[in-house]
Design a protein around this ligand. Structure first.
Ligand SMILES: CCCCCCCC/C=C\C/C=C/C(=O)SCCNC(=O)CCNC(=O)[C@H](O)C(C)(C)COP(=O)(O)OP(=O)(O)OC[C@H]1O[C@@H](n2cnc3c(N)ncnc32)[C@H](O)[C@@H]1OP(=O)(O)O
Ligand SMILES: Cc1cc2nc3c(=O)[nH]c(=O)nc-3n(C[C@H](O)[C@H](O)[C@H](O)COP(=O)(O)OP(=O)(O)OC[C@H]3O[C@@H](n4cnc5c(N)ncnc54)[C@H](O)[C@@H]3O)c2cc1C
Length: 673
């Protein structure tokens, strides 16, 4: 066989993968339509896919990503941003269309924060008059902006932000300053080299009084030559583990004067004479973060669904060792342990998909009210978005890494597409509210709602179960078969959450009664509080998944397979956290035995549809950029083909040979002689 024949990609689908597709019990397209939200949405996505991928600059990304330098990668990413902006303008994309496009192109493009945060911040924090000024030019790309909140010294604790915006009534300007090294802005995406504007979050000082964190529109760079304006020092913070396309930046402000009107004044106002008035609680200024927490939850779906597509397709074409000594080597997907690595990620992808669809709906409804000035739903929304962001990203990151390991050695190759996914997924547990901190916000809300419920209030929303009549719980599972009941599984999660929450409330209360100040009583129980928040979030995701499956308007075949998957998601979660479930007596030892058996039975049940379930995500090969996970399953040919793109292979003999190796080899051979 010639060299070329080795590398050529066969025209047909790998027969091992075809075999998987042939045995699917349902129509993949029907499920794709459900995932996309309807047949017309699938058509829309495909139309956008065609448009984007017809441009070679989007197609050549895998090469740059795999083999370029940081600077080359960033440069190519700026080009990609500009092309996306031009296309958005030309085709007048809606936000929905734009979101679809962002999930298609390699995420995190250089100017991504302009649409992800700068524009949403203007929409949420500016008055109508300010919107007419700033939003209009931002949408026309006359200015390119970012969201500069985090500082070197503080990311989580926003009340600790040190950047100041001091009002000068004499000139009716704010003077922005970075008073200490820890006050410099540090981390904002698109800040280092790309943006010429930023919404800077700073502590407002007027008439000698500090009024907490507020948003200010600040020009950073000249619109003529992109040089930083006088008094502004801005740059890139340095190499990161991944996300090479984004120029995360630092920013130092030295007596920067901006007009009074540059303070975004929807929620609080400073009048010309310096009088401060607040028309909403300070937390209303956190609105951009709340939106991003929804989007990051959705992004967790994108990452886990891509990863598991790669893992399952590859496991269907990779053969290693013999199951039956008389047969040929088995597909690694046949091994129960391999299914145990992959199917939790598969079930998680569907769980996050359905749960975030619901979250998005709730977000839209709440946001409509908030924009009208009704902030009643804000605490509940904060709890739901914080919890979803923490739960989805925590579980996604864990499963993506397990799936990477499931690909063996090849999973460690950049060409697999999955290693990069691990490093680009990693920051999602930190950005937009570090996960532990987000769980603690959920816990804080749970404690409040718990005591409301205790005092007889009828609780609505995601914590409504706290006001249920909680007679001692008796697990209804009397056999393995009973454990399949989705409604009973939801009950098990609900009671676990209730008991974990009530126990931590009792402990905190006892500690306070015993004389500990409230903050010490909290800190003494922080781990348990996070555990309570996790239990609450897990319950909500299981419930959302189960309800979505129950209400699905789909064929019996699809319902059957999704019920198995949902059941597996719930059962797996109980088995993985069995200590907690046993300790809260929501299950007993006997029931745990049945649940463990059911867990492995479900692996076998899901197995025949595994490839179809990932095919239904319908990722284009360019979106996946994976030699292991392409639709045709020709993994080895694609891996070998990818070596051609490696610059190390552009010369037969590398230049280092002449500089170092040749003299060394010659020296060694001389010595031998
Ligand atoms: C295909 C598209 C994909 C898109 C993906 C994009 C990827 C982009 C990648 C990266 C972008 C990253 C951007 C960023 O990271 S921006 C910076 C994000 N920073 C944070 O998230 C900071 C986290 N910290 C906080 O949110 C807060 O400081 C806090 C919640 C930890 C504490 O709040 P604070 O007011 O300082 O103190 P309290 O704890 O005392 O809270 C008072 C009170 O307010 C309630 N509360 C807090 N936050 C909110 C909120 N957002 N909404 C409503 N209410 C809120 C809090 O619960 C307290 O309530 P109380 O108990 O009733 O008093
Ligand atoms: C890739 C990336 C992109 C980013 N993009 C932006 C951006 O565009 N704009 C922007 O403004 N920021 C951005 N950030 C910053 C990001 O929002 C912060 O890093 C994040 O909010 C976490 O804050 P921190 O770094 O201060 O972590 P810290 O708060 O210092 O966390 C460190 C540890 O302390 C713990 N901890 C902190 N406070 C508490 C507490 N109260 N209780 C218990 N434990 C606590 C945490 O759990 C964690 O384990 C970005 C960060 C990254 C990594």
């Amino acid at each position: 066989m010639s060299y070329l024949e080795f590398g050529a990609i066969p025209l047909q689908v790998n027969p091992d993968l075809q075999e998987e597709r042939d045995q699917a019990s349902f129509h993949v397209t029907e499920l794709t339509h459900i995932i996309d939200g309807g047949a017309e949405k699938t058509q829309l996505r495909k139309r956008l896919e065609k448009l984007i991928y017809s441009d070679p600059d989007f197609r050549r990304f895998p090469d740059v990503r795999t083999f370029g330098t940081k600077s080359e990668f960033y440069g190519a990413s700026v080009l990609k941003s500009i092309k996306l902006f031009q296309l958005r303008k030309e085709h007048q994309w809606t936000d929905e269309e734009s979101d679809i496009v962002h999930s298609l192109v390699d995420h995190g493009h250089a100017l991504g924060l302009h649409h992800a945060m700068f524009i949403p911040a203007l929409e949420r924090l500016a008055t109508d008059e300010q919107k007419a000024k700033w939003l209009t030019i931002a949408k026309q790309y006359k200015i390119l902006g970012t969201y500069a909140q985090t500082e070197l010294g503080h990311g989580t604790y926003l009340q600790g932000l040190e950047t100041t915006a001091t009002y000068d009534p004499g000139t009716q300007e704010f003077i922005l300053n970075t008073p200490t090294i820890s006050a410099m802005k540090w981390w904002p995406g698109s800040l280092g080299k790309s943006s010429n504007y930023a919404i800077v979050l700073a502590t407002l000082i007027t008439r000698g009084k500090r009024h907490g964190m507020h948003p200010f529109v600040v020009q950073l760079r000249s619109l003529e030559d992109h040089q930083p304006l006088p008094g502004i020092k801005v740059g890139e913070i340095g190499a990161k583990m991944g996300t090479l396309s984004t120029d995360n930046g630092y920013l130092i402000l030295n007596n920067i004067r901006i007009l009074r009107e540059n303070m975004l004044m929807k929620n609080a106002q400073v009048s010309p004479d310096g009088t401060f008035t607040a028309s909403a609680p300070n937390q209303a200024n956190y609105a951009t973060m709340v939106l991003l927490r929804v989007r990051i939850s959705e992004f967790a779906y994108t990452n886990i669904s891509k990863a598991v597509t790669i893992g399952i397709r590859y496991s269907a074409v990779r053969r290693q060792s013999k199951l039956d000594p008389e047969e040929k080597e088995a597909k690694i997907l046949e091994y129960q342990t391999q299914q145990y690595k992959l199917f939790p990620g598969l079930a998680l992808a569907y769980a996050i998909l359905f749960s975030t669809k619901l979250l998005k709906k709730k977000y839209r409804e709440a946001q409509t009210e908030i924009m009208k000035g009704n902030l009643q739903s804000l605490p509940e929304l904060h709890c739901e978005t914080s919890g979803s962001k923490a739960f989805c990203t925590e579980h996604m990151l864990k499963e993506v890494e397990i799936i990477r390991q499931s690909c063996g050695g090849h999973g460690y190759l950049a060409a697999s597409g999955i290693g990069m996914m691990t490093s680009s997924s990693a920051p999602l547990v930190t950005v937009e509210g570090e996960n532990t901190v987000m769980y603690l916000q959920v816990a804080r809300y749970l404690l409040k709602r718990f005591s409301n419920a205790k005092s007889g209030e009828q609780i609505e929303g995601c914590t409504s179960y706290l006001s249920m009549n909680h007679a001692p719980y008796l697990c209804p599972f009397l056999s393995e078969k009973d454990c399949r009941n989705l409604s009973s599984l939801c009950d098990v999660y609900r009671y676990r959450a209730f008991i974990v929450i009530s126990r931590v409330v009792r402990t905190v209360q006892t500690d306070i009664k015993d004389g500990l100040p409230q903050h010490d009583a909290f800190n003494k129980n922080l781990v348990h509080l996070v555990r309570a928040a996790r239990a609450h979030c897990y319950f909500n995701v299981v419930k959302d998944f189960a309800e979505a499956v129950k209400e699905l308007d789909a064929s019996i075949q699809i319902c059957t397979v999704l019920i198995s998957l949902c059941c597996f998601f719930a059962v797996h979660g109980i088995v993985e956290n069995s200590g907690d479930f046993l300790q809260t007596q929501t299950i007993g030892v006997e029931q745990l035995k049945w649940l463990k058996n059911l867990q492995t039975s479900l692996l076998a049940e899901i197995r025949p549809n595994a490839v179809a379930l990932v095919d239904a995500f319908d990722y284009h090969d360019i979106t996946l950029t994976s030699a292991l996970g392409s639709y045709d399953g020709n993994a080895y040919e694609r891996l070998y083909q990818s070596t051609e793109k490696d610059s190390m292979n552009s010369q037969e003999v590398h230049s280092s040979y002449h500089t170092y190796l040749k003299p060394f080899i010659q020296e060694m051979n001389k010595a031998k002689l």
